[in-house]
Design a protein around this ligand. Sequence first.
Ligand code: GLN
Length: 468
Amino acid sequence: MKAILIAQKVKSGEIKATDVTKEYLRKISAKDEKINAFLEVFADSALKKAEEIDLKVAQGRPVGKLAGVPVAIKDNMLYKNHKMSCASKILENYISPYSATAVEKLLNEDAVIIGRTNMDEFAMGSSTENSAFKNTKNPLNEDYVPGGSSGGSAAAVAANMALISLGSDTGGSIRQPAAFCGVYGLKPTYGSVSRYGLAAFASSLDQIGCFTNNPEDLELAFSVISGHDKKDSTSLDAPQERKEFNIKTVKIGIPKEHFMDKIDAEIKKEFLSTVEKLKKLGADIIDISLPNTAYALATYYIIASSEASSNLGRYDGMRYGRTSKRADSLISSYKLSRGEGFGPEVKRRIMLGTYSLSAGYYDAYYIKAQKMRTLIKEDFKKAFKKADIILTPTTPTTAFKFQEKLKDPISMYLSDIFTIPASLAGVCAVSAPSKNKTENGLSIGMQFISNHFNEPTLFSVIGMLNNE
Ligand code: GLN
């Protein structure tokens, strides 16, 4: 059932939030032993919240837009008095002292937060295999990865163990797992959702967004989590109202640089059929150019790693989380706590970032990447003068098997080739799942990108396509 309907029924008293919560807790115990989407299920606090909601309904008091809806959150968002580990040993037993603004907003609208989901350690990765704790399986076919880094959140919704989940997207971590697991995933415009209480990976790119099974719930979830927050000075109020929408006046741009020859045949087929559908509906399909796309991946990995090397400096074994027991001096405590606490991918990024920011290489790498980022932003600015929406596949391949890319970081990084440009430009994008599945039962995602704060147009288009 849709989240929107559950909330209505709870509100009207037709069903009880406690019954919905119990049903979802049952689903999780039945399925998650195999799927491993959750790192922890918050059964007690979820039931307590559900009881509060039922009491409000019984007393005739108003309840929120998400009344009784089971929501899962990625393990990099603070939820007061609950653990948050970023799927890392360094934060294994860390307890949140306060709640992230997005989490607070969910609770204010009476969502029931059902658990925290598995992810790549500190959101670095594309398969969730970088989690220090476990591998999450793709619910569509358990031999395959769910994508990443928000793989647990995507899998939780795909396996119907939550109706909405939150993820974070720095270079594709919502859109890519949404595509792999066959659900909707929104990366909102940078700044439209507060990052307060989200463990920072690369602050100029990180953005909280959501996963759902249908476009209506995606719009609902976004309306709840977005908005200006005085605790995050980069946040602002995004327009929520749908504008007058007529597909016949919409221009859909197809970037000619998107290496159509390098993508899987089945993805190409789905892409071309989506273009055909849009044409039939009356949309105007036009060619656009994003000439600097070829440099996006390199630019992203310099900028994201540089910011990560600085952001992760705070995990020194003193202030947060784990302290090595083997240390006999302050310096050895730093070295051992970080050495034992971080996994290989996180260490790789810290080294890459520290190198790019070092005095001798700063101009050659970091500054160069910043200049390139500006050019990529300009590309989008120009493209959006012609097109309302840019359409690309979300990923160049469908989900891959466990271990397939783990040994070769560069091939893993290539998973995000289509999602990273929009992240660098800070614009909004959504991945919508194909209706048809591949021979292996896997899904294909299409990415719709729009200009800053143009989420309402994205919702209109994916809603229309879903009704086709
Ligand atoms: N896969 C990309 C990376 O490893 C994106 C991660 C993300 O969006 N958090 O950096």
